[in-house]
Design a protein around this ligand. Structure first.
Ligand code: CAA
Ligand code: NAI
Length: 246
Protein backbone atom coordinates (compact mmCIF):
# COMPACT_ATOMS: atom_id res chain seq x y z
CA UNK A 1 0.00 0.00 0.00
CA UNK A 2 1.85 3.05 -1.26
CA UNK A 3 -0.52 5.65 0.23
CA UNK A 4 -1.62 3.90 3.41
CA UNK A 5 -3.37 6.30 5.85
CA UNK A 6 -2.81 9.33 3.60
CA UNK A 7 -5.56 11.85 2.94
CA UNK A 8 -5.61 13.00 -0.67
CA UNK A 9 -7.66 15.71 -2.36
CA UNK A 10 -7.93 15.29 -6.12
CA UNK A 11 -9.66 18.15 -7.91
CA UNK A 12 -11.55 17.40 -11.11
CA UNK A 13 -11.96 13.73 -10.14
CA UNK A 14 -15.55 13.19 -11.24
CA UNK A 15 -14.28 12.39 -14.73
CA UNK A 16 -11.29 11.42 -16.85
CA UNK A 17 -7.78 11.41 -15.42
CA UNK A 18 -8.83 12.56 -11.95
CA UNK A 19 -11.40 9.77 -11.62
CA UNK A 20 -8.78 7.17 -12.52
CA UNK A 21 -6.40 8.77 -10.00
CA UNK A 22 -9.07 8.59 -7.28
CA UNK A 23 -9.49 4.87 -7.93
CA UNK A 24 -5.72 4.30 -8.03
CA UNK A 25 -4.98 6.31 -4.87
CA UNK A 26 -7.81 4.65 -2.91
CA UNK A 27 -6.55 1.26 -4.12
CA UNK A 28 -3.20 2.12 -2.52
CA UNK A 29 -4.79 2.83 0.86
CA UNK A 30 -5.54 6.56 0.72
CA UNK A 31 -8.72 8.27 1.87
CA UNK A 32 -9.62 10.24 -1.24
CA UNK A 33 -11.64 13.42 -1.46
CA UNK A 34 -13.10 13.67 -4.95
CA UNK A 35 -13.47 17.43 -5.35
CA UNK A 36 -15.27 18.50 -8.50
CA UNK A 37 -17.71 21.05 -9.87
CA UNK A 38 -19.79 18.30 -11.52
CA UNK A 39 -22.06 17.19 -8.67
CA UNK A 40 -24.12 14.69 -10.64
CA UNK A 41 -21.13 12.73 -11.98
CA UNK A 42 -19.24 13.19 -8.72
CA UNK A 43 -22.00 11.65 -6.58
CA UNK A 44 -22.49 8.84 -9.11
CA UNK A 45 -18.75 8.01 -9.14
CA UNK A 46 -18.55 8.27 -5.36
CA UNK A 47 -21.32 5.65 -5.07
CA UNK A 48 -19.63 3.34 -7.58
CA UNK A 49 -16.22 3.55 -5.94
CA UNK A 50 -17.63 3.14 -2.43
CA UNK A 51 -19.54 0.06 -3.65
CA UNK A 52 -16.21 -1.36 -4.81
CA UNK A 53 -14.89 -0.86 -1.27
CA UNK A 54 -12.83 2.28 -1.83
CA UNK A 55 -12.54 4.98 0.84
CA UNK A 56 -13.70 8.02 -1.15
CA UNK A 57 -16.03 10.95 -0.60
CA UNK A 58 -17.28 13.52 -3.07
CA UNK A 59 -17.31 17.21 -2.17
CA UNK A 60 -18.49 19.79 -4.67
CA UNK A 61 -16.07 22.63 -5.32
CA UNK A 62 -15.48 25.36 -7.84
CA UNK A 63 -11.71 25.79 -7.80
CA UNK A 64 -12.05 29.23 -9.39
CA UNK A 65 -13.97 30.48 -6.35
CA UNK A 66 -11.82 31.09 -3.27
CA UNK A 67 -14.65 30.76 -0.76
CA UNK A 68 -15.69 27.42 -2.28
CA UNK A 69 -12.07 26.19 -2.02
CA UNK A 70 -11.77 27.40 1.59
CA UNK A 71 -14.96 25.52 2.58
CA UNK A 72 -13.63 22.38 0.88
CA UNK A 73 -10.40 22.51 2.90
CA UNK A 74 -12.27 23.26 6.15
CA UNK A 75 -14.52 20.27 5.57
CA UNK A 76 -11.61 17.94 4.81
CA UNK A 77 -9.76 19.08 7.95
CA UNK A 78 -12.93 18.53 9.98
CA UNK A 79 -13.59 15.03 8.58
CA UNK A 80 -10.03 13.69 8.38
CA UNK A 81 -7.92 15.98 10.59
CA UNK A 82 -5.13 16.21 8.00
CA UNK A 83 -4.34 16.76 4.32
CA UNK A 84 -1.33 14.89 2.94
CA UNK A 85 -1.75 15.20 -0.82
CA UNK A 86 -3.28 17.75 -3.17
CA UNK A 87 -3.57 16.92 -6.86
CA UNK A 88 -4.54 20.05 -8.80
CA UNK A 89 -6.09 18.16 -11.69
CA UNK A 90 -9.27 20.14 -12.49
CA UNK A 91 -9.12 21.87 -15.84
CA UNK A 92 -11.14 23.17 -18.78
CA UNK A 93 -10.58 24.15 -22.39
CA UNK A 94 -12.17 26.98 -24.38
CA UNK A 95 -10.28 26.58 -27.66
CA UNK A 96 -10.26 29.22 -30.40
CA UNK A 97 -7.73 30.76 -32.73
CA UNK A 98 -6.12 33.93 -31.36
CA UNK A 99 -8.00 35.99 -33.93
CA UNK A 100 -11.35 34.67 -32.62
CA UNK A 101 -10.76 34.08 -28.90
CA UNK A 102 -12.99 36.22 -26.70
CA UNK A 103 -11.75 37.86 -23.53
CA UNK A 104 -14.28 35.67 -21.65
CA UNK A 105 -12.80 32.49 -23.13
CA UNK A 106 -9.32 33.66 -22.19
CA UNK A 107 -10.31 34.60 -18.65
CA UNK A 108 -12.40 31.48 -17.90
CA UNK A 109 -9.45 29.21 -18.61
CA UNK A 110 -7.06 31.35 -16.56
CA UNK A 111 -9.56 31.44 -13.67
CA UNK A 112 -9.95 27.66 -13.47
CA UNK A 113 -6.62 26.30 -14.72
CA UNK A 114 -4.25 28.84 -13.15
CA UNK A 115 -5.96 30.89 -10.43
CA UNK A 116 -7.82 27.76 -9.25
CA UNK A 117 -4.49 26.03 -8.62
CA UNK A 118 -3.24 29.07 -6.68
CA UNK A 119 -6.39 28.98 -4.50
CA UNK A 120 -6.13 25.25 -3.74
CA UNK A 121 -2.40 25.28 -3.02
CA UNK A 122 -2.63 28.30 -0.74
CA UNK A 123 -5.59 26.80 1.10
CA UNK A 124 -3.83 23.47 1.92
CA UNK A 125 -0.66 25.13 3.16
CA UNK A 126 -1.62 25.58 6.85
CA UNK A 127 -2.39 21.84 7.17
CA UNK A 128 0.75 20.73 5.34
CA UNK A 129 2.99 23.13 7.24
CA UNK A 130 1.56 21.91 10.53
CA UNK A 131 2.35 18.32 9.52
CA UNK A 132 5.77 19.39 8.15
CA UNK A 133 5.02 17.13 5.19
CA UNK A 134 2.89 17.30 2.11
CA UNK A 135 2.73 16.68 -1.60
CA UNK A 136 1.32 19.12 -4.14
CA UNK A 137 1.00 17.93 -7.72
CA UNK A 138 0.00 20.33 -10.48
CA UNK A 139 -1.31 19.22 -13.84
CA UNK A 140 0.35 21.03 -16.70
CA UNK A 141 0.19 19.82 -20.31
CA UNK A 142 2.21 19.26 -23.43
CA UNK A 143 0.46 22.46 -24.57
CA UNK A 144 2.19 24.38 -21.75
CA UNK A 145 5.65 23.50 -22.99
CA UNK A 146 5.09 22.91 -26.71
CA UNK A 147 2.24 25.33 -27.57
CA UNK A 148 -0.83 24.24 -29.52
CA UNK A 149 -2.91 25.81 -32.25
CA UNK A 150 -6.18 27.18 -30.81
CA UNK A 151 -5.03 27.16 -27.18
CA UNK A 152 -3.67 30.63 -26.30
CA UNK A 153 -5.56 30.67 -22.99
CA UNK A 154 -4.81 27.07 -22.05
CA UNK A 155 -1.12 27.30 -23.02
CA UNK A 156 -0.75 30.44 -20.89
CA UNK A 157 -2.31 28.71 -17.88
CA UNK A 158 -0.41 25.44 -18.26
CA UNK A 159 2.94 27.21 -18.79
CA UNK A 160 2.14 29.43 -15.80
CA UNK A 161 1.64 26.32 -13.69
CA UNK A 162 5.20 25.26 -14.38
CA UNK A 163 6.48 28.59 -13.08
CA UNK A 164 4.31 28.29 -9.96
CA UNK A 165 5.45 24.69 -9.41
CA UNK A 166 9.12 25.67 -9.42
CA UNK A 167 8.52 28.73 -7.24
CA UNK A 168 6.59 26.72 -4.64
CA UNK A 169 9.21 23.96 -4.73
CA UNK A 170 11.77 26.60 -3.71
CA UNK A 171 9.54 28.21 -1.09
CA UNK A 172 8.16 25.05 0.49
CA UNK A 173 10.94 22.47 0.21
CA UNK A 174 12.32 23.46 3.57
CA UNK A 175 8.87 22.97 5.10
CA UNK A 176 8.86 19.33 3.99
CA UNK A 177 6.41 19.97 1.18
CA UNK A 178 7.22 18.62 -2.30
CA UNK A 179 5.73 20.44 -5.27
CA UNK A 180 5.90 18.84 -8.70
CA UNK A 181 4.00 18.90 -11.96
CA UNK A 182 2.85 16.27 -14.42
CA UNK A 183 2.62 17.34 -18.06
CA UNK A 184 0.40 14.86 -19.92
CA UNK A 185 0.27 14.54 -23.67
CA UNK A 186 -3.09 14.14 -25.43
CA UNK A 187 -4.98 11.62 -23.28
CA UNK A 188 -8.20 9.68 -23.93
CA UNK A 189 -10.79 11.59 -21.89
CA UNK A 190 -13.83 13.78 -22.49
CA UNK A 191 -11.49 16.72 -22.94
CA UNK A 192 -10.05 15.43 -26.22
CA UNK A 193 -13.33 13.94 -27.43
CA UNK A 194 -14.23 17.24 -29.12
CA UNK A 195 -10.90 17.74 -30.84
CA UNK A 196 -11.21 17.32 -34.63
CA UNK A 197 -10.07 13.84 -35.70
CA UNK A 198 -7.48 15.25 -38.07
CA UNK A 199 -5.79 17.13 -35.21
CA UNK A 200 -5.68 13.93 -33.10
CA UNK A 201 -4.21 11.93 -36.01
CA UNK A 202 -1.59 14.62 -36.56
CA UNK A 203 -0.72 14.61 -32.84
CA UNK A 204 -0.50 10.80 -32.57
CA UNK A 205 1.75 10.84 -35.63
CA UNK A 206 4.27 12.94 -33.70
CA UNK A 207 4.28 10.72 -30.58
CA UNK A 208 7.11 8.17 -30.56
CA UNK A 209 4.82 5.68 -28.78
CA UNK A 210 2.26 6.24 -31.59
CA UNK A 211 -0.78 6.36 -29.32
CA UNK A 212 -2.75 8.70 -27.09
CA UNK A 213 -2.19 8.61 -23.34
CA UNK A 214 -4.63 6.68 -21.17
CA UNK A 215 -5.97 8.05 -17.88
CA UNK A 216 -4.07 5.32 -16.00
CA UNK A 217 -0.76 6.48 -17.55
CA UNK A 218 -1.24 9.86 -15.91
CA UNK A 219 -2.71 8.48 -12.67
CA UNK A 220 0.42 6.32 -12.25
CA UNK A 221 2.61 9.43 -12.47
CA UNK A 222 0.43 11.21 -9.89
CA UNK A 223 0.74 8.17 -7.65
CA UNK A 224 4.53 8.18 -7.79
CA UNK A 225 4.69 11.90 -6.98
CA UNK A 226 2.14 11.49 -4.17
CA UNK A 227 3.96 8.58 -2.53
CA UNK A 228 6.98 8.58 -0.22
CA UNK A 229 8.98 7.08 -3.13
CA UNK A 230 9.37 10.62 -4.51
CA UNK A 231 10.38 12.34 -1.26
CA UNK A 232 13.52 13.83 -2.84
CA UNK A 233 11.84 14.86 -6.10
CA UNK A 234 10.94 18.55 -5.97
CA UNK A 235 10.21 21.19 -8.62
CA UNK A 236 10.14 18.56 -11.34
CA UNK A 237 7.94 18.50 -14.44
CA UNK A 238 7.24 14.88 -15.31
CA UNK A 239 6.29 14.59 -18.99
CA UNK A 240 3.92 11.68 -19.50
CA UNK A 241 3.39 11.97 -23.22
CA UNK A 242 4.88 8.99 -25.02
CA UNK A 243 8.01 11.01 -25.73
CA UNK A 244 6.61 13.95 -27.71
CA UNK A 245 8.54 16.39 -25.48
CA UNK A 246 12.23 15.66 -25.13
N1 CAA B 1 -1.97 22.94 -36.96
C1 CAA B 1 -1.86 23.82 -37.99
N2 CAA B 1 -2.90 24.49 -38.48
C2 CAA B 1 -4.10 24.28 -37.95
C3 CAA B 1 -4.31 23.40 -36.87
C4 CAA B 1 -3.17 22.71 -36.38
N3 CAA B 1 -3.25 21.86 -35.35
N4 CAA B 1 -5.59 23.41 -36.55
C5 CAA B 1 -6.20 24.26 -37.38
N5 CAA B 1 -5.30 24.78 -38.23
C6 CAA B 1 -5.54 25.73 -39.33
C7 CAA B 1 -6.65 25.22 -40.24
O1 CAA B 1 -6.14 24.31 -41.21
C8 CAA B 1 -7.17 26.51 -40.84
O2 CAA B 1 -6.29 26.95 -41.84
P1 CAA B 1 -6.82 27.87 -43.07
O3 CAA B 1 -7.39 29.13 -42.46
O4 CAA B 1 -5.60 28.09 -43.87
O5 CAA B 1 -7.86 27.03 -43.75
C9 CAA B 1 -7.05 27.50 -39.69
O6 CAA B 1 -6.04 26.94 -38.81
C10 CAA B 1 -8.33 27.67 -38.94
O7 CAA B 1 -8.77 26.39 -38.47
P2 CAA B 1 -10.31 26.00 -38.26
O8 CAA B 1 -11.03 26.12 -39.58
O9 CAA B 1 -10.39 24.70 -37.55
O10 CAA B 1 -10.77 27.21 -37.35
P3 CAA B 1 -11.96 27.26 -36.36
O11 CAA B 1 -12.03 28.67 -35.90
O12 CAA B 1 -13.17 26.64 -36.94
O13 CAA B 1 -11.52 26.31 -35.16
C11 CAA B 1 -10.17 25.56 -33.35
C12 CAA B 1 -10.35 26.57 -34.45
C13 CAA B 1 -11.34 25.64 -32.35
C14 CAA B 1 -8.88 25.88 -32.62
C15 CAA B 1 -10.16 24.13 -33.94
O14 CAA B 1 -9.20 24.09 -34.98
C16 CAA B 1 -9.79 23.09 -32.90
O15 CAA B 1 -10.62 22.67 -32.11
N6 CAA B 1 -8.54 22.66 -32.90
C17 CAA B 1 -8.04 21.72 -31.89
C18 CAA B 1 -7.45 22.45 -30.72
C19 CAA B 1 -6.79 21.47 -29.82
O16 CAA B 1 -5.87 20.75 -30.22
N7 CAA B 1 -7.24 21.38 -28.55
C20 CAA B 1 -6.72 20.43 -27.60
C21 CAA B 1 -7.85 20.07 -26.62
S1 CAA B 1 -7.38 18.74 -25.56
C22 CAA B 1 -6.44 19.50 -24.42
O17 CAA B 1 -6.37 20.68 -24.31
C23 CAA B 1 -5.62 18.62 -23.53
C24 CAA B 1 -4.22 19.00 -23.60
O18 CAA B 1 -3.66 19.44 -22.58
C25 CAA B 1 -3.47 18.77 -24.84
P1 NAI C 1 -12.01 16.02 -18.01
O1 NAI C 1 -12.75 17.09 -18.69
O2 NAI C 1 -12.35 14.59 -18.27
O3 NAI C 1 -12.05 16.25 -16.42
C1 NAI C 1 -11.85 17.51 -15.86
C2 NAI C 1 -12.66 17.60 -14.59
O4 NAI C 1 -12.45 18.89 -14.02
C3 NAI C 1 -14.15 17.44 -14.80
O5 NAI C 1 -14.66 16.45 -13.93
C4 NAI C 1 -14.72 18.81 -14.49
O6 NAI C 1 -16.03 18.76 -13.92
C5 NAI C 1 -13.69 19.33 -13.49
N1 NAI C 1 -13.74 20.78 -13.39
C6 NAI C 1 -13.80 21.68 -14.39
N2 NAI C 1 -13.89 22.92 -13.92
C7 NAI C 1 -13.84 22.82 -12.57
C8 NAI C 1 -13.90 23.76 -11.51
N3 NAI C 1 -14.01 25.08 -11.75
N4 NAI C 1 -13.84 23.30 -10.24
C9 NAI C 1 -13.75 21.98 -9.99
N5 NAI C 1 -13.71 21.05 -10.94
C10 NAI C 1 -13.76 21.46 -12.22
O7 NAI C 1 -10.49 16.31 -18.36
P2 NAI C 1 -9.18 15.42 -18.18
O8 NAI C 1 -8.67 15.13 -19.52
O9 NAI C 1 -9.39 14.33 -17.22
O10 NAI C 1 -8.20 16.53 -17.57
C11 NAI C 1 -7.64 16.47 -16.28
C12 NAI C 1 -6.47 17.44 -16.24
O11 NAI C 1 -5.46 17.01 -17.14
C13 NAI C 1 -6.82 18.87 -16.66
O12 NAI C 1 -6.11 19.80 -15.87
C14 NAI C 1 -6.33 18.95 -18.09
O13 NAI C 1 -6.05 20.26 -18.47
C15 NAI C 1 -5.09 18.09 -17.99
N6 NAI C 1 -4.62 17.55 -19.24
C16 NAI C 1 -5.43 16.76 -20.01
C17 NAI C 1 -4.97 16.25 -21.20
C18 NAI C 1 -5.81 15.42 -22.08
O14 NAI C 1 -5.41 15.22 -23.25
N7 NAI C 1 -6.94 14.87 -21.64
C19 NAI C 1 -3.59 16.52 -21.65
C20 NAI C 1 -2.84 17.36 -20.75
C21 NAI C 1 -3.35 17.85 -19.59
Amino acid sequence: MRLKDKVAIITGSANGIGLEAARRFAGEGASVVMADFDKEKGKERERELQKDGYDVIFIQVNVADRSSVDSLMDRVKEEFGRIDILVNNAGITRDAMLSKMTVEQFQQVIDVNLTGVFHCAQAVLPAMKEQAKGKIINTSSVTGTYGNVGQTNYAAAKAGLIGMTKTWAKELGRKGINVNAVAPGFTETGMVAEVPEKVIDQMVGQVPMQRLGRPEDIANAYLYLASDESDYVNGHVLHVDGGIMM
